[in-house]
Each structure stands twice: as C-alpha cells, then as structure tokens.
Design a protein around this ligand. Structure first.
Ligand SMILES: Cc1cc2nc3c(=O)[nH]c(=O)nc-3n(C[C@H](O)[C@H](O)[C@H](O)COP(=O)(O)OP(=O)(O)OC[C@H]3O[C@@H](n4cnc5c(N)ncnc54)[C@H](O)[C@@H]3O)c2cc1C
Length: 400
C-alpha cells in the first residue's frame, strides 16, 4: 500500500490551487478569508465558475459533465477548496442527488436535471429526517398516496438544511404502509418547492443563523414521473445516497484551514505580555492537533488506496473518517475561537433582533470564529451521529 502522492497528483494539486487563485472573485475571497460562511450567491457564483472548467460536478463521470477524477483527485480538490478557503459546491446537488440520478434516474430525469444540478440552476435540499425518524430513518411517516399520475404527499420533515432558499427537494416518502418490512414501503421523490401545499418554517441555530427548517406537506401533488427508481424501492436509493454523503465529510481541509488561521491570528494576539503564538501551552495545543490531523490524513489515504477508483462506498472505515474528522473539526474551530479570547464574544442580542443594537466588541474574524465553532457543534450529528458511527466501527472495523 503506497501512501505517497504520485508526481501527477502533486501536479494536480498545484493546478487546482492555481485555478482557485486565478479565478475566485475578490469579494468572496475576502469574506471567506475573514472567516464568514459563504452566502447562497457566493456558492452559486463560484460553482458556475467551476462548472465552466468542468470541475463543479467533481464526483461525476465524464459522460454526465463531471471530470471523471479518481478518488484521490477528488480528495485533493475538496481539500484545496477548504484550505484556500473557497466555497465548496452545494453538496445536495453534487455529492448526493447527481450520483443518485446517474445510478437510478430515467434518461428523461438525467437529461432534465443533471446539467441544471451541475450549474446550480436549481438549488436542492434533502428531505429525509422527520421528528420521529433521524438515526432510525426507516421509521419515516410522510405519506404519498397514488392518485392516477400523481402522488398526494402529506407529512412533515425537519432539520431540512437550506429549504428556505431551495428550488427543489429530494424527499423520502412512505408509499406502502403495509409493507412486511418498513424499508420496503419507501419511495424517493423529486419535489418542486413551489408546489402548492408546502410550508417552510425556520429553525434558528445557536450561532444565530438560519440554515435549518421544518417543511410541511399538505396534499402536495407530485407527478409520478418525478419518482426516482421503482415504487417502494426508495430505500436502495437512500442507502446509496447516504454512502456518498459520508465520503468527504471528514473535512480535513477545513480543520487544516482553521489551524492555519489560528496560527496567523495568534501572532497578533497577546498573552502574558507576549504574542500568543509564543505561549508554550498554546503551541502544545497546536502541535497535538496537527499530529492528530496528520494521523487522520494517513487513515484517509489508506481508505482511498483500498478503494478501486472510489467504487467501494460502503467501507466501514469511512465511519472512522466521519467520527474523527468531526471531532477534529470541533477541536480546531474551538482553537480558532479561543485565539480571540473575550473578543470572540458576538453580540447575541443584536443577532437575534432583540433589545440591543450594540456592535460586536471584537474584530470580525474573532466573532465569526465563534459562530463557526457554535454551528459546527452539529457536525457530530448531521450525516449520521457519532454514536451511530461508533456502532458501525464496532461491528464493521473491530468485529465486535
Ligand atoms: C445542522 C444539521 C443539518 C441537518 N441537515 C439535514 C438535511 O438537510 N436533511 C435531513 O433530512 N436531515 C438533516 N439533518 C438531520 C440529521 O440527519 C439528524 O439530526 C440525525 O440523523 C440524527 O437524528 P435525530 O436528530 O432524530 O436524533 P436521534 O436519532 O433521535 O438521536 C438522538 C440521540 O440518540 C443517539 N442514538 C440514536 N440511535 C442510537 C443507536 N442505535 N445507538 C447509539 N446511540 C443512538 C444519537 O446518537 C443521538 O445522540 C441535519 C441535522 C443537523 C444537526
């Protein structure tokens, strides 16, 4: 097992970095450099630039507008976006729905949706989780009753990221309430968010942002032609999609970027009368994180080199990547927040439009670091909780 990058891969990394440097619009570069999260318009603008280069749909085969990259190239590409930092492509479009349609979609569905997904002409969201169905997704209750050429959908989804800004949603629904096994009565539908009967309600996160939503379906009519794969076979589609969702979720590049960011800012901040970067305890913390990041990087390379061109999506080791990757993401975002000390405290009252209009006391980079830290508390929940990852590791990796 060779864990070194080949000369071609090293050259590829330089090409990606060069492209980002030459093409990322200045305003987006500046905002993300200060630690802001990308806005919808940033992601759309950047994904379209990547698409003109043929790189937006970076996990897809050439036939459908992707670059046909190896798993290692994909990893390098993602890591370069994260460390620069540049916006990542919309994961619901590219990592999740695109590959599903390529695998299970009809020719009509592929032709109609894939080019628009790549160019982000449609912004997609994921309607899987429900109040009673998260880790145990097969418990979902949102019902779709067939009436001629249409399904009539009724029920509720929750934690639907970006539903309030989405054009379309891929939704898991129950089409056979009497199936012998719960998994056998589920179908996968593509739903236009403008369809009458859909209500989106915001859930405000602890960082003050509006990212999450509840989505209600009240007699929503969906053409049968917008079902992906066979009726009651939606669970196969969901499993395939969730396997793809976990790939790349370690976000090593993002953690590396946070450590670099913390080091840069620690030169400006002072502790005990000297620059924070010279503080022994701080240096020890950085060194520990960098060692852990390096170990995870090696594990990631082991997973990739065991895969033949990225086909083996069910490798239980990907659960280790998700588990450890999100622990490090939380530790590195905490580090970046701690560098600002008390200056990292945002003015929450202002954020929540309550009484005060006081500005944040600290610089933007410090208060954004706190928002980032708070939002990424959720990283150990989304894409499968870390407890579920531990269950997979105990069975699939340790054989317990
Ligand atoms: C920021 C964020 C964005 C999200 N975006 C989306 C989205 O766009 N679309 C979407 O469909 N969903 C989304 N989700 C939902 C996410 O997939 C679920 O939150 C997740 O699957 C957990 O489900 P739950 O919240 O119902 O928790 P539960 O499944 O109820 O779990 C509660 C607790 O019990 C533990 N637990 C549950 N089962 C077991 C078990 N078998 N063994 C050990 N421990 C267990 C869990 O680890 C957790 O700690 C998002 C969530 C977050 C936080």
């Amino acid at each position: 097992m060779d864990l070194r990058f080949t000369p071609e891969e090293v050259a590829f990394r330089a090409e990606v970095r060069g492209f980002i440097n030459d093409n990322l619009p200045d305003d987006i570069r500046e905002r993300l450099g200060e630690g802001h999260s990308p806005r919808k318009q940033d992601t759309v603008a950047w994904q379209r630039i990547l698409n003109t280069k043929g790189w937006a749909a970076y996990t897809w085969p050439k036939q459908w507008g992707g670059p046909g990259w190896s798993a290692v190239q994909r990893m390098i590409f993602l890591e370069e976006l994260q460390t620069f930092p540049a916006p990542e492509v919309n994961p619901f479009n590219i990592q999740m729905l695109g590959p599903v349609l390529i695998q299970f979609g009809t020719e009509d569905q592929k032709k109609r949706f894939l080019p628009r997904i790549a160019n982000i002409d449609d912004w997609w969201c994921q309607g899987f989780s429900e109040p009673g169905a998260g880790s145990d997704l097969a418990a979902l209750k949102t019902a779709a009753r067939r009436e001629g050429d249409e399904y009539i959908v009724n029920g509720q989804k929750i934690w639907t990221s970006t539903a309030h800004i989405a054009d379309w949603c891929f939704v898991l629904v129950r089409t056979d309430p009497n199936a012998p096994k719960r998994q056998m009565g589920i179908s996968f539908l593509l739903v236009d968010m403008k369809t009458p009967g859909i209500t989106v309600r915001p859930i405000i996160s602890i960082d003050g942002s509006h990212h999450l939503n509840e989505v209600f379906f009240d007699d929503v009519r969906v053409p049968v032609s917008l079902r992906v794969h066979e009726e009651n076979k939606g669970w196969d589609v969901a499993k395939f999609l969730l396997g793809n969702e976990r790939t790349g979720i370690a976000r090593l590049g993002k953690s590396k970027e946070r450590v670099q960011f913390a080091k840069r800012m620690a030169k400006e901040m002072r502790a005990n009368g000297r620059p924070l970067i010279e503080d022994h305890e701080f240096r020890r913390r950085i060194a520990t994180l960098e060692i852990e990041l390096k170990s995870l990087e090696i594990t990631q390379l082991r997973v990739l080199s065991a895969q033949k061109s990225g086909e083996d999506k069910q490798d239980p080791l990907t659960a280790v990547l998700k588990l450890k990757g999100t622990e490090l993401l939380q530790a590195t975002t905490e580090l970046a927040m701690d560098v600002g000390g008390p200056l990292s405290m945002p003015d929450w009252a202002d954020e929540l439009e309550a009484l005060s209009n006081e500005p944040d006391i600290g610089p933007v980079w410090a208060t954004e670091a706190t928002r980032n830290y708070l939002f990424l508390r959720a990283a150990s929940i989304y894409g499968g909780t870390n407890e579920i990852m531990k269950n997979i590791v105990s069975k699939g990796v340790l054989g317990l």
